[in-house]
Design a protein around this ligand. Sequence first.
Ligand code: SAH
Ligand code: SF4
Ligand code: F3S
Length: 453
Amino acid sequence: MTDIKPIIDPTKPKVYIETYGCQMNVNDSEVILSILQNAGYVLTEDMDQANLILANTCSIRDNAEQRIWGRIDQFKLQKKKRDNVLIGIVGCMAERLKDRLLDGHDVDIVAGPDSYRSLPGLIAAVRPDSPQINVMLSHEETYADISPVRMDKNGISAFISIMRGCNNVCSYCVVPYTRGAERSRDPQTILNEAQQLFENGYKEITLLGQNVDSYLWKDAQTPDKDVNFAQLLEMVAKIDPDLRVRFSTSHPKDISDEVIYTMAMYPNICKHIHLPVQSGSSVMLEKMRRKYDREWYLERVRKIRSVIPDCGITTDVIAGFCGETLQDHQDTLSLMEEVVFDSAFMFAYSERPGTLASRKYPDDIPYQEKTRRLNEIIALQGRMSLKSNEKEIGKEFRVLVEGPSKKNPDELCGRASNNKMCVFPSLGEKPGDYTHVKVESVTSATLICSNLG
Ligand code: SAH
Ligand code: SF4
Ligand code: F3S
């Protein structure tokens, strides 16, 4: 074997990374880059220059996977043009499809979310007829000791994964299969990472987990020193009042009063909760195995608003889950009208092979009807977002300046604590500065503000 040269030039090989899916994947790509940099790789943003093309993939819905198949075809063209290039598929789709990704697709490396430490070894072992795969899931891996290499441009806002995997088995969801069992990361390593980011000029961190409320660090030596999510949140908030803290995702069955009160106590914990409801019908929620019902969800919203009246609440909604009746769909619409979410991610149900729903319930809402319901949900949310924004007119917010507004580069943009995007004239602020703004007018997506400085 050794006479066949490794495919990648060993002097400063270049890696190109595309990231799909959720914020966890964005953070995982930063972990991957850290591991590869330690092995001598440098990042390139130009695929034509890359020796290693990586796609960090998502399996959450079929269309997410279809997009990636399209990209793999593009990557293959690179291989036709040049001979020192490898293609690696990592992340959730790698975990779900395993060696099926290798069949006739010119993929050289397949690595699941818990096997990134093995990437340098896998890459080195690839030979023309010998692709490499590692899709072992772990009960321990949290990459706690790895400092992610940030790939964002602005150096203001960063993700920190506080846990991995998921122990819920929502019947529609592929994540427990692609990311394995839930495990929490050592809080000290989280604090060190946040502290380091703050010292490097970052002003906002988002603590990430599929279900942050079930974060629990158990210390074998000192069992009385367990750390839950509310405690972790407080520890991070105490790093510095100028460091904003966000988190995602909260699960309606688990979000505790302790977390809500902790948020209320610290001005630098942003007043925003992403609380995916999925459906407004208790019948659907039961079938989805969400372990709460409509009333429970509405009670959690009331609790949040009674403790933090100005809290932003956003959600995820699935249209056309198995057996969803018109009444169930109406229940989703009426819940959305009752809560008035600030914004929402809305999806048509996509059956995922291997999930409980795919084994137990027929995917019986026709495509056109799913789309019709989804469009109704999207249109309603547009009106609700506008309504939610209109009530901010005249209010003042402290915003963290992100940079020039995308639509009008003469103006700046930044988010208020409640996560709403504000656009305002510049008084010479730089990205990472705080300023105060007053809301003058709104669209369904943006607060248009004057800058009070
Ligand atoms: N852990 C988070 C969300 C993970 S996935 C939570 O539990 O809320 C993000 C969103 O994708 C989910 O909230 C859900 O709305 C959507 N989703 C997940 N599986 C889906 C499927 N099979 N079809 C359509 N949407 C899905
Ligand atoms: Fe999927 Fe449910 Fe886990 Fe969220 S909580 S990742 S929807 S199984
Ligand atoms: Fe997608 Fe995996 Fe995230 S399936 S949504 S990348 S956890």
